[in-house]
Design a protein around this ligand. Structure first.
Ligand code: BTN
Length: 246
């Protein structure tokens, strides 16, 4: 597919730039990529450290799905990202709900999905992806050093960022095509195969409450199904997941 690529050495946030373009009518497939970000954003209002040597980009989508159907998108993106990264790593990446890519239990990449809808019709979606590519452990911010890793630390071969970007975009396109033609089910299956979450005791911290229990399934809309005290099952649609005992 023909794409428009906007590439900058430094940007505040590729996500914010792509969102601005999307609001102005930017076309599906437009990609904004930067060498570093001065105000990179993560999920749940966090910042995303973006030193040089990483891969930071955002892509505009205009998928023909409903707002309700879009709940699975973060997981679809995570499956694509894990597939793209897999050939580079000695140990296969695992997924932490909803959309973190882990290598050896440490986070190597993150995904931020933001969207706008009119009634139930999606207008635009911006998927932002940040991959720790070159960072050595000491270059990661101290507060995430214990829980994060990079492809340089985990990889078996030299990683060329342009190649990696191409690989991710290819997998993303494949996964999104599948999502739009076959629905979430095949991707839910792939997510579960790559899961590093299910079967574990976790706490999910949401904006209103935190829930503790065993992560047992992903439902048909991408929500996490948890088994809590007394065998009660709860569906969790958003939040931050922590593994019990680290
Ligand atoms: C997370 O795990 O919290 C999501 C991290 C998403 C980071 C990417 S880097 C490219 C894009 N621009 C941003 O400001 N954030 C996303």
């Amino acid at each position: 597919q023909g794409r428009k690529i906007i590439s900058c050495r430094e940007m505040q946030s590729t996500q914010d730039h792509a969102k601005k373009l999307a609001i102005q009518g930017g076309s599906e497939g437009t990609i904004v990529v930067a060498e570093t970000q001065s105000a990179g954003r993560g999920r749940m209002g966090r910042s995303w450290a973006s030193p040089p040597g990483g891969l930071y980009f955002s892509v505009i989508l205009r998928p023909g799905i409903t707002l309700a159907g879009a709940a699975g998108l973060p997981l679809v993106a995570a499956v694509a990202l894990a597939r793209a990264i897999q050939p580079y790593t000695a140990v296969a990446p695992g997924l932490k709900w909803p959309n973190d890519v882990l290598i050896q239990k440490r986070k190597a990449a993150g995904i931020l999905v933001e969207m706008s809808a009119e009634m139930d019709r999606l207008d635009w979606v911006v998927i932002g992806i940040g991959v720790n590519v070159a960072a050595a452990s000491v270059q990661l911010p101290p507060e995430i050093r214990r829980t994060s890793t990079s492809l340089a630390i985990e990889s078996t071969r030299i990683v060329h960022r342009a190649q990696l970007l191409g690989d991710i975009l290819y997998e993303l396109e494949e996964a999104l095509d599948m999502f739009q033609t076959q629905g979430f089910e095949p991707l839910r299956k792939q997510w579960k195969e790559k899961s590093h979450t299910l079967g574990k005791h976790v706490t999910v911290v949401g904006s209103r409450q935190s829930i503790e229990g065993k992560a047992v399934d992903i439902d048909g809309s991408g929500a996490l199904v948890m088994e809590c005290a007394g065998g009660i099952r709860q569906r969790v649609t958003s939040g931050d997941l922590f593994f019990k005992g680290g």
